[in-house]
Design a protein around this ligand. Structure first.
Ligand SMILES: C[S@@+](CC[C@H](N)C(=O)[O-])C[C@H]1O[C@@H](n2cnc3c(N)ncnc32)[C@H](O)[C@@H]1O
Length: 205
């Protein structure tokens, strides 16, 4: 079984195409901020093209863990994200405001579907930071490719890792006036705060 997460209009034959926006007519309408409805070790391959950057520096750990959770040992994940480092360099060199779409995301996207907050980028990656992030989940990097303004990373699940390992990762929640990271919050603490936020969002609907 293969999952194409955040498929948008790029639906793939032979894959289960998943997106939060129903207008794309995916096989499954699902907001991947919530756990995917698949059991551990059940998926052969995952593609997430243009999706990971839509999750902030806390939520990305919880979401990516869920993707790896459902992947079989030996299963492959392909992640494609904007090359934030390269985009910023281009932006400062050429000053084209079109690069801002690549930085912040485009909410009225391609087929003119309004994606609202699902279209906004909340984090940025370079080859180095994407590699380091994926390796935290015990993944073996098979290939990493820089093309145009994107990074494509292909990785294999070597073994199961316990969620506790991810829970212990410390994130700097704030920066000082000079831009240096300050404070510390574990992924476990972040998960608690995020789930109480999501619960209050859901109950207010
Ligand atoms: C930049 S588009 C990429 C679409 C397609 N994968 C491609 O490469 O052309 C991002 C897609 O992710 C979807 N998306 C964003 N946040 C999501 C979420 N929380 N759950 C599921 N899909 C999400 C959006 O609806 C959108 O279709």
């Amino acid at each position: 079984m293969k999952l194409n997460l955040g498929c948008g209009s790029k639906k793939l034959e032979g894959w289960i195409n998943i997106d939060s926006v129903a207008e794309f007519k995916p096989d499954l309408v699902h907001d991947v901020s919530l756990p995917l409805p698949y059991s551990d070790d059940s998926i052969d391959e995952i593609l997430a093209e243009g999706l990971l950057e839509h999750f902030d520096k806390y939520l990305r750990f919880i979401i990516f863990y869920d993707w790896i959770r459902i992947l079989k040992v030996g299963g492959i994940i392909t992640v494609v994200v904007p090359n934030f480092h390269k985009i910023l360099r281009r932006y400062f060199k050429f000053h084209f405001s079109t690069f801002l779409d690549n930085i912040f995301g485009e909410t009225m996207w391609e087929t003119k579907k309004y994606l609202g907050h699902f279209g906004i980028h909340k984090w940025g990656y370079s080859v180095k930071t994407l590699t380091e992030f994926v390796q935290k989940f015990g993944m073996e990097i098979i290939k990493i490719n820089k093309k145009d303004l994107s990074i494509t990373l292909v990785a294999r699940k070597r073994k199961h890792i316990k969620k506790e390992l991810i829970y212990n990762i410390e994130i700097n929640p704030t920066v000082d006036k000079k831009g240096f990271s300050r404070g510390s919050l574990s992924v476990k603490q972040a998960e608690r705060l995020i789930s109480s936020f999501l619960n209050s969002e859901l109950s207010s609907r």
